[in-house]
Design a protein around this ligand. Structure first.
Ligand SMILES: Nc1ncnc2c1ncn2[C@@H]1O[C@H](COP(=O)(O)OP(=O)(O)O)[C@@H](O)[C@H]1O
Ligand SMILES: [Mg+2]
Length: 353
């Protein structure tokens, strides 16, 4: 549909705060999600792309053509906002046909398009209802149909599901994904929910304080967070910060709150370092294998398909995941509080910044 590139896109506000500069490439037909905490600039970025914000610096390229000074209605964009802005006194049909009517489509072409979208979204039986007579989930489907009505090249969705209950949200996530794939419409999706971002996206851009911290597929971000912010925000691991006390042939000794960890890696003695170990890369045992470290068991929580084991190592809490039901049974039955742990050393991620 369209290839979108943000190059140093930036908006400085009168109070001195700013969003950007943002560099981001959204590929043709891709669903890319802007993910970040509240206030990180997701909505502002989306509004800059849509053209609803004036005095924007940098460039915004649609298929290589700069759009920064092109008015919103000439950008060929469909948009769904966080709070649904449907026309309450109009019917579902009238809401969806609004864009085509404004664009001067023939009645025949409009009817055909509305019916096609209504079928795609499963809302055909609602077409003659008033907006006040539909549910929250239905309203979001209608908003999506309305955004897609004029065949936009680019779809912008700003937290479209955040007001819905979790079950409905999940169902609509996969609906949006299915429709986006079918129509191949380039899509920028905004959410503050990692689960939602990972469920729905080809790639995810993590925003921190108005700039992109890292872009990648969900797997890339989870496996290789680039910095502490991304690692903490994704909650993908146990994060330790400490001082390198010794550098020895590709191994580092790191002092974290009076505890010494040895990990593979490069570094400079006496400097600070932060590293992350994912719960599935923390090994636990009720015997004490050679070179493993003793700690205290805090709790075991069953999860879908695994157990979350929390251990205390001299005041540092470490989360491990285990699939070993026998181990869990033994730990539970003998009331043992001592446990040994080790890190799968090849999986330790050293975080910069
Ligand atoms: N018109 C404005 N004037 C001043 N600051 C603004 C304006 N619009 C947005 N901001 C700033 O941009 C920040 C990001 O806002 P927003 O894009 O809504 O974040 P998000 O959607 O990620 O929650 C806010 O913290 C706010 O300070
Ligand atoms: Mg927002």
């Amino acid at each position: 549909m369209v290839d979108v590139e943000l190059r140093g896109l930036v908006r400085e506000f009168d109070d001195g705060s700013k969003i950007g500069p943002i560099d981001l490439h959204v590929r043709d037909g891709e669903l890319l999600t802007l993910l970040g905490p509240s206030g990180s600039g997701k909505t502002t970025t989306l509004r800059m792309v849509a053209g609803f914000i004036e005095n924007v610096g940098g460039s915004l390229l649609f298929d290589g053509k700069d759009m920064v000074n092109v008015p919103p209605r000439e950008r060929n964009i469909g948009m769904v906002f966080q709070s649904v802005a449907l026309f309450p006194n109009m019917t579902v049909y009238e809401n969806i046909s609004f864009g085509p009517d404004m664009a001067g489509w023939t009645r025949e072409k409009t009817v055909e398009r509305v019916e096609e979208l209504a079928d795609l979204l499963g809302i055909r039986r609602l077409l003659l209802r008033k907006i006040s007579e539909v549910s929250g989930g239905e309203a979001q489907r209608i908003a999506l149909a309305r955004a897609l009505a004029t065949n936009p090249k680019l779809l912008l969705l700003d937290e479209p599901l955040s007001a819905l209950d979790p079950q409905l949200r999940e169902r609509l996530q996969s609906e949006i994904r299915r429709i986006q794939r079918k129509l191949k419409v380039t899509t920028i999706y905004v959410t503050h929910s990692q689960d939602e971002a990972f469920a729905i996206s080809d790639r995810v851009a993590i925003l921190e304080d108005g700039v992109v911290s890292q872009v990648g597929t969900p797997e890339e971000l989870y496996d290789s967070p680039r910095n502490e912010f991304v690692a903490r925000f994704l909650g993908s691991g146990n994060i330790f910060s400490g001082q390198i006390t010794e550098v020895n042939g590709g191994k580092l000794k790191i002092l974290v709150n009076d505890n010494l960890f040895e990990i593979p890696g490069k570094g400079v003695a006496n400097s600070q370092i932060t590293f992350s170990v994912k719960p599935e890369d923390v090994l636990v045992s009720d015997s004490t294998p050679l070179n493993w470290t003793k700690a205290t068991l805090v709790s075991i929580t069953p999860q879908v398909g695994s157990f979350k084991v929390t251990i205390d190592f001299n005041g540092i809490h470490i989360i491990a995941l285990t699939y070993d039901e026998d181990l869990v049974k033994r730990l539970r039955s003998n009331g043992e509080r001592t446990i040994a742990f080790a890190f799968r050393s090849e999986s330790i991620i050293i975080l910069s910044g």
